[in-house]
Design a protein around this ligand. Structure first.
Ligand code: SF4
Ligand code: MG
Length: 320
């Protein structure tokens, strides 16, 4: 399948009075059509900054300081804002954690989705409304003929997220980016929304999450990020079945079992260092149970199997 998005050595930096923060520092990946790539990490890992970089929605002082974001061969990093506007909401769509950031509280939800269609397609308002009802049915909104006339506040959080997914799917995007799409929802609703996304088999998805359990369930390929850098990257089965990087192992050990939902019994000790005080070597070193003196210098990524790369001194060949 063809590559839809190819990110090459992305650098996204924030210039702050206290210094430059490399929120994303050297990220590369390809997403092929109809595949789902997950980016997982704790908050501050750079995963949301990655989705905002691809969408070109970074707020200053955030900026793309280097690298390429090739979307169907066009470098999004250098497109004009007008050209980006044409892509957003059409070829390239982003769904956030909180559906209310995407919905306008004063308009009926059906109208908001039909406006998303009418902004990019030349069809009648009647045809757009028909398409919205179809979309609502596709995303599992019951009684869609009536629900289109509801206001956002009359819908539950789960229904609102279904509306934003319907809106994102309205123009059949080439790439759907989901940034923590279920984090604000309770466990049962989370599972329903994930099932809905899993059902979008023709859609190419970039899924951002802090939950490696969600990655296991949803993704073909995964990137584990920490401190703006890639710790491990490969096929989901390899990375989560036999993690090579201590951070990946820590994330997997912290998945709560069904009985312990809501608890984090084996959470990785310590916390993500301040972005202004990232260790010079492996960023995970202060929390890593296997850290060694050499970890104070930066390990290079090593390909441990085809398409499976690990940046850790435990791997043979990590010297840059
Ligand atoms: Fe741990 Fe060192 Fe590997 Fe970093 S490079 S994950 S500190 S062993
Ligand atoms: Mg986030």
């Amino acid at each position: 399948d063809e590559v839809v998005l190819s990110v090459r050595d992305l650098q996204t930096w924030f210039d702050t009075p206290a210094g430059t923060v490399r929120a994303v520092d050297g990220l590369s990946f390809d997403i092929r059509a109809r595949r789902t790539l997950g980016i997982v990490g704790e908050s501050g890992s750079g995963k949301s900054v990655t989705s905002l970089s691809v969408m070109r929605l970074l707020d200053p002082p955030g900026r793309i300081a280097g690298g390429e974001i090739l979307f169907r061969g066009q470098d999004l990093a250098t497109l004009s804002e007008a050209e980006m506007c044409r892509l957003r909401g059409q070829a390239l769509c982003l769904v956030f954690q909180d559906p209310m950031t995407a919905l306008n509280p004063v308009y009926r939800v059906g109208r908001q989705v039909s406006e998303a269609i009418l902004a990019h397609t030349d069809i009648s308002a009647r045809a757009a409304r028909k398409r919205v009802i179809e979309l609502f049915r596709m995303v599992g909104i019951p009684d869609p003929e009536r629900r289109v006339d509801e206001f956002p506040h009359n819908l539950s959080g789960g229904m609102r997220q279904r509306v934003t997914i319907a809106m994102a799917m309205a123009n059949r995007p080439d790439l759907l980016i989901l940034d923590e799409p279920t984090t604000a929802l309770d466990v049962t609703i989370q599972a329903q929304i994930l099932d809905l996304v899993k059902g979008l088999t023709d859609t190419t998805v970039l899924l951002i999450t802090h939950d490696i359990g969600v990655v296991q369930e949803m993704c073909d390929e995964v990137i584990v990020m920490y401190g703006g850098r890639v710790m491990e990257h490969g096929p989901v089965r390899a990375v989560t079945g036999a993690p090579r990087h201590p951070y990946t192992a820590g994330l997997l050990a912290s998945i709560p079992s069904a009985a312990q939902r809501g608890q984090r019994l084996n959470a990785i000790a310590g916390s993500v260092p301040s972005p202004l005080a990232m260790p010079p070597g492996c960023p995970f070193a202060p929390r890593c149970p296997r850290a060694m003196p050499v970890c104070e210098t930066r390990p290079a990524a090593v390909e441990v199997a085809p398409g499976h790369r690990v940046a850790c001194w435990l791997e043979e060949g990590a010297q840059a």
